[in-house]
Design a protein around this ligand. Sequence first.
Ligand SMILES: [Zn+2]
Length: 167
Amino acid sequence: MIYEIRTYGDPCLSDVNQLVNIDDNIKQLLDDMLETMYKTNGVGLAAPQIGINKQLFVIDIGEGPRKVINPEIIEMSEDHNDSDEGCLSVPGIYKKVRRANKIKVKYLDENGSTVEEEMEGFLAKAFQHENDHLNGVLFVDRISPLSRRMISKKLQLLKKARLKNKK
Ligand SMILES: [Zn+2]
């Protein structure tokens, strides 16, 4: 099943996300999220982006799918990089975001096993972006005040477009 992507201004994107108990519905949801992500050419998709306020996301940076449940970032490197990011929920906007180069993470896979992984580069960046969604944070909340001012009009238009679509 393909879900509709919630966009900037949707309250789901900033709501609190609940911890997940894994069952068949959750497994189905993860498969549907992957299907939705591939359909929309995303590299990651978090549950609040489809209006489901639960702690889970999917990622595929071209190395195969990862299903991530109840994640925690347990270590972040001091060294970081600034590179362009975009988001399915903030269409048409790309801005530089500062992210840690390396992170250590812990999460559950769909079988309920605890996974501990170290990741770096693009994968680490994507993981931090998706994890932010679970804390109600969008990449445009992390950009410089100057960049934020530069896109404020576009963000207002996205908000308006969302309300129009809802009618
Ligand atoms: Zn995003």
